[in-house]
Design a protein around this ligand. Structure first.
Ligand SMILES: Cc1cc2nc3c(=O)[nH]c(=O)nc-3n(C[C@H](O)[C@H](O)[C@H](O)COP(=O)(O)O)c2cc1C
Length: 357
């Protein structure tokens, strides 16, 4: 039923379907393991975790599956986190904080040390390590591959994909503009990296020797078959798995996706300081006009965290970052393993049937 794609051979999975890493609440060991156990590649987005917590997460996944799974980190980024911008963000967030009953403004925190995170992954040796937000050094990628781990980069443009290939990754994720959550752009200005998957995948496939994994707006067998027809040899789905039973996304976030009947997603930097796609809500409407005045990632992420957590606890979608891709209205809520099996069947059927006019 399934063609023997380069990604199946590279990852050692039954089908070339990857559950996108989703750093933060959604990714839980149960989600990663459910997808891997059903024959896809489950992923653990551990970018926000300290090295010890990454190790714990990998052990928790290994307790639930013996199949291959992936771990994902953010390449280190630099951004404008000047005191003036931080002060302006505090000022703009004050009314929202009051509305959610929050007192002191939280400190601006930094990301965990990338080299220390990498060291744990190299010791634990998951089947796959993927990166987004940038291109690790060729030396870092060499160490990943020398540990027997498949290295995967994320690109939003052809030059980014070529830079990753030159640095030595085994495969690249083509992130179309449709994709939910953070943009992975790192060479082009973010606006130049907003390319539709239909244009991006064949452009990359034509210029790359390594396999391309398509990501962005893929929710069912139609989307998977289409991506394979464009030349991708694997697909990565985030929003589709975000609403699954094992996902740790809040109930109000899942409901916001499941109730969406047309595209109401926007790309905005207001939640974290880095452009990301999510469902429009009140917080986005209030802060978007001031986007240029806000500090970059991860300063804004720490400054908005308490609001987002309070909103999630209160079941209020208006103060959360409701990350979702443009095809969110196609989301189906069910256990992740069931979704993987359905996606797999739907794709096989589409490929067998071919085009019916
Ligand atoms: C909630 C959420 C969190 C995400 N977190 C990460 C992440 O930590 N690392 C990463 O490489 N990609 C992350 N992504 C992006 C996915 O890798 C992928 O590009 C995207 O989900 C594809 O679009 P789709 O959501 O329409 O399927 C995230 C996506 C979502 C929806």
């Amino acid at each position: 039923m399934w063609p023997d794609t380069a990604i199946i051979r590279l990852f050692g999975t039954a089908v070339p379907i990857v559950q996108a890493p989703m750093a933060g609440e959604p990714d839980r060991a149960e989600l990663t393991a459910a997808v891997s156990n059903a024959g896809g590649l489950g992923s653990a987005g551990v970018a926000y975790l300290q090295p010890d917590a990454i190790r714990e997460r990998i052990h928790a996944i290994r307790a639930l599956t013996q199949r291959p799974f992936g771990v994902n980190l953010f390449a280190p980024v630099t951004s404008d986190m000047s005191p003036a911008k931080i002060a302006r963000a505090r000022e703009l967030l004050a009314p929202l904080r009051t509305a959610y009953g929050l007192d002191d403004m939280p400190a601006v925190t930094t990301m965990p040390d990338f080299e220390a995170q990498l060291a744990v992954v190299l010791e634990e040796k998951p089947a796959v390590l993927s990166f987004t937000f940038g291109c690790p050094t060729p030396e870092q990628i060499r160490r990943v591959r020398a540990a027997g781990i498949v290295a995967v980069g994320s690109a939003t443009t052809v030059p980014e994909a070529q830079a990753l290939e030159a640095a030595g990754v085994n495969a690249v994720v083509a992130q179309g503009t449709e994709a939910g959550a953070h943009r992975g752009s790192f060479l082009a200005p973010f606006d130049d990296g907003l390319i539709g998957l239909m244009a991006l995948v064949p452009a990359m496939v034509d210029r790359m020797k390594i396999p391309v994994i398509a990501a962005g707006g893929i929710m069912d067998g139609r989307g998977i078959a289409a991506a394979l027809m464009l030349g991708a040899t694997g697909v990565q789905l985030g929003t589709a798995f975000l609403v699954s039973e094992e996902s740790g996304a809040s109930a109000s976030w899942k409901n916001a996706i499941l109730e969406l009947d047309s595209d109401h997603t926007r790309v905005t930097p207001i939640y974290s300081g880095r452009p990301a796609r999510g469902i429009q809500n009140t917080m986005m409407e209030i802060l978007s006009p001031f986007a240029e005045e806000l500090p970059g990632f991860p300063a804004m992420n720490s400054l908005t965290r308490a609001i987002r957590v309070a909103a999630a606890k209160g079941g209020d979608p208006d103060g959360q970052s409701l990350w979702a891709g443009q095809a969110a209205p196609l989301a189906r809520a069910m256990p992740a393993g069931d979704l993987l099996r359905i996606l797999s069947e739907e794709t096989g059927r589409r490929l067998d049937e071919g085009f019916r006019g």
